[in-house]
Structures are given as C-alpha cells and as structure tokens.
Design a protein around this ligand. Structure first.
Ligand SMILES: Cc1cc2nc3c(=O)[nH]c(=O)nc-3n(C[C@H](O)[C@H](O)[C@H](O)COP(=O)(O)OP(=O)(O)OC[C@H]3O[C@@H](n4cnc5c(N)ncnc54)[C@H](O)[C@@H]3O)c2cc1C
Length: 441
C-alpha cells in the first residue's frame, strides 16, 4: 500500500515537473544532500514537452552566457553515463555527435556567434561554400533567403547567389531519446535519495508571510516544504501565479504551439549516416537526421510565419496541420532538391514555454523559497545538465542568505573556465535585445 505523500517525511524541496529540467535539478540538488520530491501530473518522467523535443545540441546562441551554457552542457551529454554515475534499467540516452552546421545567410546570425565562440573557446570550423558542398553534397548551397511564405512568388524563384559558407561545430548533434534522458536523470536523482510522485497535480502553493510553506495536490494531500521550484514547462505562468510570484517579474512566459515534421531522406541519400544538423536561417528551418534514415524538420520561427500563441496549455491541437507541414517540407525541399514530398504527413505538435525575449528565466522570486526554471523558449533541452547545476547552486546560495537579485551568482564552466553569470537569466532583467527573438536564442 502506497503511503500518502502527506504522511511521508517532508522534503527539503519540492520540484514541480519531471521533465528533463525538473529531473536535472533534482539530480544536482540530491547530489548536494538535499531531499527532493518531484511531482508531475503525467505518468512518467519526460512525458511533457521534453518527450516531443528534437533534442538538438548546438552552441550558436546570441549571448556569451547562453553559448557557454550550451557548450558546457554538451560536454556532459558527451560523457552522459559517467556524468550520471547511475544505472537505468532502460539504458542510457546517447548524444549522436554528428556535428552541426549554421548556414551563413543574409540574416547573419553567424556574425554574432563567431566572436562568442572565440571568446569562450568553443571549437568550430569556418567553412567556405565549397567546403559545405563537399561535406554535404545533398544540399543546394544557393541562398534562397530571406525566408518566405509559399504563397509569395519569390519563394519559387531560382536564386542567383550562393550562401556565404557555414560554421561547422563537430562536437554538436542531438540526443537520440529525450524522454529516456529525463528518465536517466530521475534514476540518478533517486540513487541519491530523490523521490518522484507521478499522476499528482499541484493545485496550490502555501505561502505564509512571504515564505513558501508547502504545496497542495489534487488528491487533497498537503506536502510541507520550505522550497518549491517551478519547472512546469508550458504551465509555468500558471504555477508562478499560484505562488503569487509573478508580481515583480519583468519577463513573462506563455505557451507557443510548435510543429516538427518527420519524412524519409531523399532516395540514394543516407542522411542518417552522412547528414548533419543544419540550422538554416536562410529558409527559416532547421533539420537533422532521424533514426530509420528519416529527416526531422522544424521551424526557426522566421518573422514571416504567424505565431500560434496558446491561452490554455491543456487545450491545443496535438496533430500536424497541413499549412505548417507544407511550409516546412517545401522549404526543406528547396535545400534538399532530391527530396520526395510524402503523401502522409507525420510529425509532432507540442508547446514551447516562451519568454518575452526568448531567453530562459533561471531565478529565485520575490516569494522566499520559491524558484523558477521557466521560459525555456524551445531551446533548453540541451542545457538540462548545466541548468541542474546552476539552479542547485542558486538555491543553495540563496538558502544561505545570498542576495542574488543585487549580486548575481556566477559559476565557472569546467571545460572552458568561462564564467556564466546567472543574472543574465533573471526575472528582473531588461529584455535582452541581442537575441534572435526565436528558438535560435
Ligand atoms: C517540438 C519541440 C522541439 C524542441 N526542440 C528542441 C531542441 O531541438 N533542442 C533544445 O535544446 N530544446 C528543444 N525544445 C525545447 C525543450 O524540449 C524544452 O525546453 C525542455 O524539454 C523543457 O523541459 P522542462 O522540464 O522545463 O519542461 P517539460 O518537459 O514540459 O516538463 C514540465 C512538466 O511539468 C508538469 N506539470 C505542469 N504543471 C503541473 C502541475 N500543476 N502539477 C504537476 N505537474 C505539472 C508537466 O506534466 C510536465 O511533465 C523543443 C521543444 C518542443 C516542444
């Protein structure tokens, strides 16, 4: 007979959510001796938006702290079983380290990235367009940009110019099973005493005199705890409101619907073996190899595309729509001219939890003991290992009285030594104007 949560020992911290970030935070907190309890309304770890993630691991973000976070996290994905140091009966997720290319297009995201890579010490190769064509002969290396709707006649015009080349990062790629990665982190946290309660919905957060005291669940149980961490993904704004933690936030979060499509590689092309992850701002898509010699294609959210903002994260279309599928698949067909357009439309539709400037919020709040790792904006799966570490550090320091709002916590990356300033991810920041305002970050 299961002991009700309210009759079990009170945890030091409750983590709301058992997606990849909630599980990573549990792992890093338990490693520091903290007794954690993750509660999740779904049946298992990683069954929320994590399970739909393309799980691409790459470094080309727009700011120093975001690039450093991604590169340091990739280092942990590369040595995943050693990093976790815990068995999982389902095996371990794997980083498929095929490499990424960021195409050099007129949109010039690469021009922001190169100085950041140089400053931090991120390895990359600056390819000419001929080197790109040699490495990926299946690509049409002409410049089609800027991204357009299929209804614009210019979309179908033959371009006159070539791309300017590409930045190649051999260390990047994608994680083959994002849901399993979350499960691995759950098992690693459990090895240090972390507890997980599934099919339990948080309904309220108890706050007395500005301090967290506990949580209420939908079965009527109350769990006493001095610390609650909001890692509720697309439900983050709702959970912040339950705590009354949204009052001073200068950056807000809201759900955005996003589709990713899966289709067979062109005939005669072994994309699973020879394909790389391609970030193609020239056409507004990104794509990567997928098991079974398939290709997975998503949108980089170009300005010409409408955004599907969602009011209620429990009420959105879960199926692939014809309009978005056609847009992405035809854009892909321009870059991969041998692609056959399939009859069946396959893919996933799920939610991003988008912040106002598309940078995540990793922070404390005005409510003592209430923390948040939210606003992951379609690009934070890859950062889960480091987010676990920085949230654990933040929570530990703030619990000891450190004033993070006036003196932001900083951590140093193991592999580059680069300092990551957590103030960049503050809920009180001025909106970061350097970002791409898209999932590119
Ligand atoms: C289609 C898609 C593609 C993506 N591709 C990439 C990519 O290529 N690379 C990348 O780095 N990132 C990508 N992302 C983003 C990345 O997947 C997310 O940033 C990351 O998975 C978020 O993890 P999380 O743990 O914060 O949230 P989630 O995985 O959503 O977990 C939140 C959990 O909170 C639970 N919860 C919510 N409310 C409550 C409540 N009241 N009570 C109890 N439990 C609750 C939910 O059930 C859920 O399990 C993608 C996202 C999507 C949707």
């Amino acid at each position: 007979v299961a002991i009700p949560l309210s009759a079990q020992p009170s945890p030091d911290a409750v983590i709301v959510g058992a997606g990849v970030l909630g599980c990573a935070i549990a792992f890093e907190l338990t490693r520091r001796g903290c007794e954690t309890l993750n509660v999740d309304r779904l049946a298992a770890a990683g069954h929320g938006s994590t399970g739909s993630s393309s799980a691409i691991v790459r470094g080309h973000y727009s700011t120093h702290d975001a690039v450093a976070l991604a590169y340091e996290s990739a280092e942990r994905w590369r040595r995943w079983p050693d990093y976790l140091d815990a068995d999982d009966e389902s095996g371990h997720a794997q980083l498929v380290q095929r490499g990424s290319v960021l195409l050099k297009s007129s949109e010039r995201h690469y021009a922001k990235v190169i100085p950041l890579y140089d400053e931090i010490g991120v390895p990359y190769v600056d390819w000419s367009v001929d080197e790109l064509a040699l490495a990926m002969p299946m690509l049409d290396v002409r410049s089609f940009g800027p991204p357009r709707r299929l209804t614009e006649p210019e979309f179908w015009h033959e371009p006159e110019h070539l791309l300017d080349g590409a930045l190649f990062t051999p260390w990047s790629g994608y994680v083959n099973d994002p849901q399993l990665a979350a499960h691995n982190l759950q098992r690693a946290a459990e090895a240090h005493g972390g507890r997980f309660a599934f099919r339990q919905t948080l309904t309220d957060i108890l706050v007395e005199r500005g301090q967290v005291r506990g949580i209420c669940l939908d079965d009527g149980s109350v769990v006493r705890t001095p610390i609650v961490v909001n890692v509720a993904g697309p439900h983050s704004a709702h959970v912040n409101r339950l705590a009354g933690a949204d009052a001073d936030m200068r950056v807000r979060t809201r759900p955005l619907r996003h589709e990713v499509h899966h289709l067979p590689a062109p005939p005669g092309v072994d994309f699973e073996r020879d394909g790389l992850h391609v970030s193609d701002a020239d056409l507004g898509i990104d794509f990567r190899p997928e098991a079974g010699n398939n290709i997975s294609v998503g949108s980089e959210g170009p300005a010409c595309d409408p955004k599907d903002w969602i009011d209620d994260p429990d009420d959105f279309k879960r199926h692939v729509t014809e309009a978005v599928w056609e847009t992405q698949v035809f854009r892909l067909a321009r870059r991969l001219p041998a692609l056959r357009i399939p009859v069946a439309r396959k893919g996933v539709a799920d939610l991003y939890d988008v912040s106002d400037d598309w940078m995540p919020i990793y922070d404390r709040s005005a409510v003592e003991g209430f923390y948040m790792a939210v606003g992951t904006s379609g690009n934070q799966f890859k950062n889960a290992p480091m987010v676990g570490e920085l949230m654990a550090e933040l929570i530990t320091r703030c619990s000891l009285g450190h004033d993070h709002d006036t003196d932001p916590v900083r951590i140093a990356g193991d592999s580059t030594g680069a300092t990551i300033n957590l103030g960049s991810f503050s809920r009180l920041r001025d909106l970061d104007r350097r970002t791409s305002l898209s999932a590119m970050g």
